[in-house]
Design a protein. Structure first.
Length: 365
């Protein structure tokens, strides 16, 4: 009799797991029709054509107002949807992701924005068809995310010049890396640095800085690497303090952002921590994943370890911090320019030539 029950129990378990294997996963695509720079009109047809129907039951919903993506994602997580896919720019990804933290629902990404910072860091394809094929493989991993003054972020947050540039970038009529570089070059030379009190587990330090950025991932987007060595799995943020710089430093800093060499710049100080408090003299702007907002004098930033599940690319790891040799040589060019600073100062018009040369070369990368 005991043997009979054992066989029955095993049979029931076998049938249970078979039925589980036959159960399809649920995936919902949240589409922001007005975000980003790419048209999403062809998305339904691509999903119909390339999403594996043997694995997934799918539906598509569109956002109708600011914040709607977050509301929808929260609803779908409560329903137990397996994967919620954000289709849009970094703002849409942030809205969806913030509602999925500490749930069993995984975040999928079809990047359609101008920056696509998180997608680029995770080496996810920017092509919609290829992004759907990544979802088919359904490899899901847990990653860290950050919180700044109760606002979740997944790539970067910051204050000072960082947040100021986010405001300018949001106001710009066009997007892309050249727009970002132009803002850095034009606005950085007139922006006045602030003094910050920075408190971590090692104590309190005062820094006069153009910006303080806290990075969970390696880049802002557009392959502008603020923290080339950042990992989203180490339970820490990379803190980047940019000291005041002058007209001669601007081209080097802008170039280093795109060459993964920023940490080698003499104007950059970095350290890692899982929790940070920052005090400044006046209230002002901060940004979280590029979205600027006004806040108080006191800023708290922390990392939530492995709090978000994300559909990843099985053929890639987190973005490598190794620079391209050609780009590294380009960085050396600007370092050599700095070595002859006195000569450049006597010929001020050459600064404009350097800036134009850098922008021209970056546009060809």
């Amino acid at each position: 009799m005991e043997f009979y029950y054992t066989i029955c129990e095993k049979t029931v378990l076998f049938l249970y797991f078979c039925s589980m294997n036959e159960t399809k996963k649920s995936v919902t695509f949240i589409v922001n029709p007005i975000s980003g720079t790419h048209s999403k009109k062809e998305l339904p047809e691509l999903i119909e054509q390339y999403l594996d129907k043997d694995v997934f039951d799918a539906r598509i919903v569109c956002t109708e107002y600011a914040g709607h993506a977050s509301e929808l994602a929260h609803q779908f997580a409560d329903e137990g949807i397996d994967i919620v896919v954000a289709v849009g720019g970094d703002g849409t990804v942030n809205e969806v992701a913030r509602s999925l933290v500490h749930t069993s629902t995984a975040l999928g990404i079809i990047p359609c924005g101008s920056g696509n910072g998180l997608a680029r860091h995770l080496c996810l394809p920017l092509d919609m068809k290829k992004a759907i094929c990544i979802i088919n493989q359904c490899k899901i991993e847990a990653f860290d995310y950050g919180i700044i003054n109760d606002l979740p972020f997944f790539c970067t947050c910051g204050m000072g010049f960082d947040a100021f540039i986010s405001l300018k970038f949001a106001e710009a009529g066009k997007r892309g890396p050249i727009t970002y570089v132009e803002n850095v070059l034009k606005e950085g030379l007139t922006y006045k640095p602030e003094t910050y009190e920075v408190v971590d587990d090692t104590g309190t330090q005062r820094h006069k800085a153009f910006l303080i950025a806290c990075a969970n991932a390696s880049q802002y987007g557009n392959n502008a690497y603020i923290a080339p060595g950042a990992s989203m799995k180490d339970g820490q943020m990379d803190v980047i303090i940019m000291e005041p710089f002058d007209v001669l430093d601007a081209p080097q800093i802008a170039a280093d952002l795109f060459m993964k060499t920023l940490t080698n710049n003499s104007k950059i100080k970095t350290f890692r921590t899982n929790k940070l408090h920052i005090h400044r003299k006046e209230p002002g702007a901060i940004h979280y994943d590029g979205d600027p907002i006004m806040t108080s004098k006191d800023i708290d930033v922390s990392i939530e370890h492995l709090g978000l599940r994300i559909v990843t690319n099985p053929e890639a790891t987190e973005d490598s911090a190794q620079p391209n040799p050609v780009l590294n040589a380009f960085s050396d060019l600007f370092n050599n320019i700095n070595n002859v600073r006195e000569d450049i100062e006597k010929r001020g018009h050459r600064i404009q030539v350097i800036n134009k040369l850098m922008l021209r070369r970056l546009s060809k990368l």
